[in-house]
Design a protein around this ligand. Sequence first.
Ligand SMILES: [Zn+2]
Length: 355
Amino acid sequence: MKGVEFPLFKTKVESLEKRFELTDVDQRRKYFRAKAGKEIERLRDYLQENTFIAYLLGKKNSGKGTYARMFREIVDPRRIEHFSIGDMVRALDEVVNNKKKQKELREVLERNYRGFLPLDDIIKALEKRSTKVLLPSELILALVKMEIAEKPKKALFIDGFPRELDQISYSLFFRDLIGYRDDPDVFVLIDVPEKVIDERIKYRVVCPKCQTSRNLKLLPTKKVEYDAKNDKFVLICDDSECGGVPLKPKEGDEMGIAPIMARLQTDEKLIKKAFSLHGIPKVLLRNSVPVDKADDYVDDYEITPAYSYENINGSVKTIKAPWQIEDDDGVLSYSLLPPPVVVSLIKQMVDALAI
Ligand SMILES: [Zn+2]
């Protein structure tokens, strides 16, 4: 990230000659056991009796959710929760439009909400809400409390809070306010080059039936077809229940990050602000590694490949090659696949929790 240097993290193990196919679920488990087995055990032991709150801070589309979900899956799905404020707010739409549920929500908020805006104004704002309107921090807090109270206490990855600069100081008291007073909290800061985010958006495609999201350039399906009419290659959904339907781009995605530049700039300010905080442990995750240093720090199978296609007499040949991009400082770099970033998350989390 421009102006802030995230350290490189070494996931390469010279003595480990075995290669792992990281898109395969079973191979991925073996990979994590080989590269972070000891730390995973320590985290599991810790989670028997303890929890933590981790705030995920990264730019929009930086893969925050992917990293947290993978960490949860590998370490202990029963004792870790990935909590997306965005998902929670979207789920509210349904509540707000249903009179009975709205009444329940109001009752809960009357018990839990403390803030400067009257509750009636908030409910009205929710009814008319466009995604651009930011909900007051006090309301988010009350809603998180409501969700957490229903479940047994777990370690939390909070995704989407703080979202604005003035919410950072709020997050410092968050754990006290939701009843996690004695549990440690950690900031997880994620650095992904904007060029990576740009291409993830430009080439992403979605199955119209099952909504599975893939990427024509970075994450293809098994079957690829050539669409002669439009002179384009299309990914075919792997799910047999979708009946060979092609995955489609979403309108506007061809513009990449251009429409979300303002959001990315705010996110960058947030990350930098959190970076300079004292007294709270920080985990620094880096998605890219300079091409000229890659060999010292990572194994080649940990690097994101790029795919291109060739039409040879009606049958499509997939070509896989290393994907090189410039990072935000213009340094020629590779982008890492999620698993090595999660290895770094696991190891740094053990340090941050001092276990
Ligand atoms: Zn599908």
